[in-house]
Ligand binder design. Structure first.
Ligand SMILES: Nc1ncnc2c1ncn2[C@@H]1O[C@H](COP(=O)(O)OP(=O)(O)OP(=O)(O)O)[C@@H](O)[C@H]1O
Length: 489
């Protein structure tokens, strides 16, 4: 009895951790914990033992051959789900064995912990890891009182601690942050598509890939107009082409293209375009097309509520009988910059600019989205009345800060990210404002004109005349008729 009392006394005098250790040793709990930690190994061993004891050597051969064969078959039949599963396994493995093991030490070393009285400390919680083409993404729950900016300040230290060239910090919602461990610049390589999926939801239209390797989307229900600019050959037309290839596959979308270059950059869309005009000199033809779209806008604004039950196009169901109309004006400076024009042409240019300005200002609730592209992003080429009403701006490579500001606005002067830094060889890379209003670099995918033409031909039966939707016919110029070269309306 005295011995038992002595033992109890001794246990009570031991520190709590050591008591737990002794209890675990005596009850065998340590064995359960060890087996649980090594559960994958234990399960594999049990399968091998079972196979061998049941089928002998044949069982062992089956165990060695069946899983890789099953995996290969799965990958061949459904590569997406196979890739997803493998990535998940890999991400879990890295979370447990690579990142969680070092997380506390890294947080302390980078001063992102919070010391507690008594020498202990709290660290932000590493919730999970996902794999992106740019590198691993760590999903972190912040400590109370922390903000993503605390991590942004320590991005350099984090990059050194994790042994990667760069760490990008992305706010991922209240109390959450994502650390993107950048191992490669995904924007350095072109993204070439040999087909483009149809856009089914105009509120989530994929348009480019961000620096984390993920697609960026736009909500076209909230966009009246876009402006885009960049030096010749920077990728404006190609960027628009890849976007159009997805949109034209939607029966509730019609496309109008006016190409101020006067070339064949957009000829691929002819089979599917409700109106196509590649005139750089016959401004009457251009005005005729713009008048048609403007007429459709006015018609919708005046009749939509009475005929369809709502004044705002985007509150009504999307319907091929009432399609969203995308109007692309490439090299818009051809029509808006009056320098060097004779008086008659100036008059036409003035009318075109006035109509475009009205479309930009009032088109949204009529379901008309105007997209203006220019290689000359100055106030002559893009009148401020138009530019300032365009909520989405895309700057491909430009060479001056003034040009960058002309497209993106004054925000670019305060940002580390600027289209002036885009290298000449990085065609298709642009700077856009993300949903939070911050500038970011993206890469537009590239679809060659033959692929684009094949897509347009495939869905040519979705093409409708603008006059089918209540647009008054126009006699503004002979160039507006379908017979005139380069014009189809
Ligand atoms: N996203 C891209 N990925 C890879 N290459 C691209 C991309 N975009 C454009 N390019 C390359 O750059 C070339 C020029 O592109 P594009 O015609 O779109 O330039 P642009 O800015 O519209 O020029 P311009 O103002 O002279 O019309 C393309 O023919 C293609 O070779």
């Amino acid at each position: 009895m005295a011995n038992v009392l002595r033992l109890v006394k001794m246990l009570l005098s031991l520190p709590r951790r050591r008591v737990n250790g002794v209890a675990s040793l005596l009850t065998g709990w340590w064995l359960v914990r060890l087996l649980w930690r090594l559960k994958a190994l234990v399960a594999a061993t049990l399968v091998v033992v079972f196979a061998y004891s049941t089928w002998g050597w044949v069982g062992l051969i089956l165990v060695a051959v069946v899983p890789p064969l099953a995996s290969l078959t799965w990958r061949a039949v459904h590569p997406q789900s196979h890739g997803w599963f493998v990535n998940r396994l890999l991400a879990r493995h890295r979370l447990r064995h690579l990142y969680r093991a070092r997380w506390d030490a890294v947080m302390v070393a980078c001063n992102l912990h919070r010391p507690l009285p008594g020498g202990d400390h709290l660290t932000p919680r590493l919730v999970t890891v996902s794999l992106a083409s740019v590198g691993d993404v760590l999903h972190v729950r912040l400590l109370d009182g922390q903000a993503p900016a605390d991590f942004t300040r320590q991005a350099d230290e984090l990059a050194h601690a994790f042994g990667v060239p760069d760490v990008r910090v992305v706010a991922a919602g209240p109390g959450r942050v994502e650390l993107v461990l950048v191992e490669r610049d995904v924007l350095a390589e072109p993204v070439i598509l040999d087909d483009v999926p149809a856009v089914t939801d105009l509120r989530r239209v994929r348009f480019a890939i961000g620096e984390d390797g993920r697609w960026r989307t736009r909500d076209y229900a909230n966009i009246a107009a876009e402006v885009g600019g960049g030096v010749p050959g920077s990728g404006k037309t190609a960027g628009e082409t890849s976007l159009a290839c997805g949109l034209i596959q939607n029966p509730a979308v019609q496309y109008v293209v006016i190409d101020g270059k006067g070339g064949e950059d957009w000829s691929w869309i002819t089979p599917r375009a409700a109106a196509y005009c590649a005139e750089d000199e016959n401004l009457e033809a251009v005005l005729a097309v713009v008048e048609q779209v403007h007429g459709l806008m006015r018609h919708r604004l005046k009749t939509q509520k009475r005929e369809r039950g709502g004044a705002n196009f985007w509150n009504l169901p999307l319907d091929p009988a009432h399609p969203a109309v995308f109007v692309v004006v490439d090299e818009v400076q051809t029509f808006t910059d009056p320098k060097g024009m004779d008086n008659d042409t100036k008059q036409l240019a003035f009318q075109i600019t006035a109509r475009l300005s009205a479309l930009v200002k009032k088109g949204r609730s009529a379901g008309i989205i105007t997209r203006l592209l220019t290689q000359k992003p100055t106030s002559d080429a893009l009148p401020t009345a138009i530019r300032d009403n365009a909520s989405v701006r895309t700057a491909w490579r430009v060479v001056t800060d003034d040009a960058a500001e002309a497209i993106l606005g004054p925000v670019v002067r305060r940002s580390d990210i600027t289209p002036v830094d885009i290298g000449e060889e990085m065609r298709g890379v642009a700077v856009v404002a993300n949903a939070a209003g911050r500038l970011e670099r993206v890469r537009f995918p590239y679809v060659d004109e033959h692929t684009a033409e094949a897509i347009a031909t495939r869905v040519a039966d979705l093409r409708r005349e603008l006059t089918d939707f209540g647009t008054p016919t126009t006699d503004a110029g002979e160039g507006a008729s379908g017979e005139t070269a380069g014009v189809k309306a």
